[in-house]
Design a protein around this ligand. Structure first.
Ligand code: RFL
Ligand code: PHB
Length: 389
């Protein structure tokens, strides 16, 4: 089989790119190693920047998001027993974020792909990438015992942090930058009303906590936990008790608890691979970079990467190589700013085992500065809603 672009990975990056390429009249196939249900079963991001919601609108896929998503003009910082609101809308001249789960966004993209009759291969095994240093790259995979080969002009590596795309680039052609953090996030999903109408990020001597949501009746909560912890070690009651301890008493009082419908631990990491292009292979989304979830940037970065990539490929087919040549540098300028912000917000909000009293005092001073200095709050707000594309 022959296509113009083979997209490896059917997460949000791969599916968004598929839709953008279709809109540009470029023929693509999505090759995903898991089943559709498995991909939709992963509970991940919740907050979309305006640039991401605009992208969905440009694709004509924003209808359900506008109906069911929750538009937020602010969020809260909870520390020292008190809650402070960061007014995103006012501080950024009218910008907002939308709470709409990654699962829902991916479902909308999958449905659109199916309706348009665009090709997606699920449960592709042993996916491998070939000849992308030349002009006729190939992707091979095994499906139902048969090996298939797809010949293409370009490969888009949208297969996440553990995928095969980045791993296929010769090691000496990539430079990687990494920071791991000495803790993880234990997350819980429950069919209970959110404790607050807007997200709450809490800094507490016992560790970070985040109150988020998926709808008016479904909540998503996280607490910082040790890296070697296991979700099985946490009963629902133990989770709720610990969360309550990390929130101001007034907020803790309002917490409605119930059985968890999902509970899992995610490690935190900052990682960037440079450049994001090798020959005719382009890396996009988590395949190229990871940020800790504190700034809610990962999915949004994946969306901005594929937006640049789709434009670059459209320009290529219209006769210009300028876009594909600039792809990596253009993405990385934005990526590094999000990496910086996510690292900074993570450092500000978490308890670091090695930090001690000094680190705690510095965090308290910075939080106090943030909520009393419009200049500091504006910097936080403009990064949170998303830097310009
Ligand atoms: P994904 O979502 O990992 O999708 C990659 C897809 O590739 C498939 N794959 C392969 N396919 C073929 N062959 C192979 N060899 C393959 N290997 C892997 C995988 O099965 C998968 O389907 O990457 P993508 O598309 O780049 O999307 C990135 C986002 O998923 C990620 O950045 C966000 O979820 C990060 N994130 C958040 N981002 C936000 O913007 N806002 C948030 O509020 C937010 N919260 C979060 C998050 C991530 C979290 N976790 C669990 C890491 C909260 C959490 C807890
Ligand atoms: C989420 O709802 O899953 C979520 C929200 C904000 C974050 C991270 C995760 O910063």
């Amino acid at each position: 089989m022959r296509v113009q672009v083979a997209i490896v990975g059917g997460g949000p990056a791969g599916h968004l790119l598929g839709q953008l390429l279709h809109q540009a009249g470029i023929d693509a196939i999505v090759i995903e190693q898991r089943s559709q249900d498995y991909v939709l079963g992963r509970i991940r991001a919740g907050v979309l920047e305006q640039g991401t919601t605009d992208l969905l609108d440009e694709l004509g896929l924003g209808k359900r998001m506008h109906r069911e998503g929750l538009v937020h003009g602010g969020f809260a910082l909870n520390f020292g027993g008190v809650q402070h609101r960061i007014d995103l809308h006012q501080l950024t001249g009218g910008k907002r974020v939308t709470v709409y789960g990654q699962t829902e966004l991916t479902r909308d993209l999958m449905d659109a792909r199916a309706t348009l009759g665009l090709r997606t291969v699920y449960e592709a095994e042993k996916v491998s990438l070939h000849d992308f240093d030349g002009v006729r790259p190939k992707v091979r995979y095994l499906r139902q015992g048969v090996t298939r080969e797809i010949e293409c002009d370009f490969i888009a590596g949208c297969d996440g942090f553990h995928g095969v795309s980045r791993a296929s680039v010769p090691v000496n052609a990539l430079q990687t930058f990494e920071r791991t953090y000495p803790f993880g996030w234990l997350g819980i999903l429950s069919d209970t009303p959110p404790v607050s109408p807007e997200l709450v990020y809490a800094n507490h001597a016992r560790g970070f906590a985040l109150c988020s949501m998926r709808s008016q009746t479904r909540s998503r909560y996280y607490i910082q936990c040790p890296l070697d912890d296991k979700s099985e070690n946490w009963s629902d009651d133990a989770f709720w008790d610990e969360l309550r301890l990390r929130l101001s008493p007034k907020l803790a009082e309002k917490l409605v608890t119930g059985p968890s419908i999902e509970k899992s631990i995610a490690p935190l990491r900052s990682f960037v691979a440079e450049p994001m292009r090798f020959g005719r292979l382009f890396l996009a989304g988590d395949a190229a970079h990871i940020v800790p979830p504190t700034g809610a940037k990962g999915l949004n970065l994946a969306a901005s990467d594929v937006r640049y990539l789709a434009r670059a490929l459209a320009a290529f087919y219209a006769g210009s190589q300028a876009g594909i040549n600039a792809y990596s540098d253009t993405c990385l300028r934005r990526v590094w700013k999000a990496v910086r912000f996510s690292w900074w917000f993570t450092s500000l909000m978490h308890k670091f085992p090695e930090g001690g009293g000094f680190a705690q005092k510095i965090q308290e001073a910075e939080l106090d500065y943030l909520v009393h200095s419009p200049a500091a709050a504006t910097s936080l707000a403009e990064n949170y809603v998303g830097l310009p594309l």
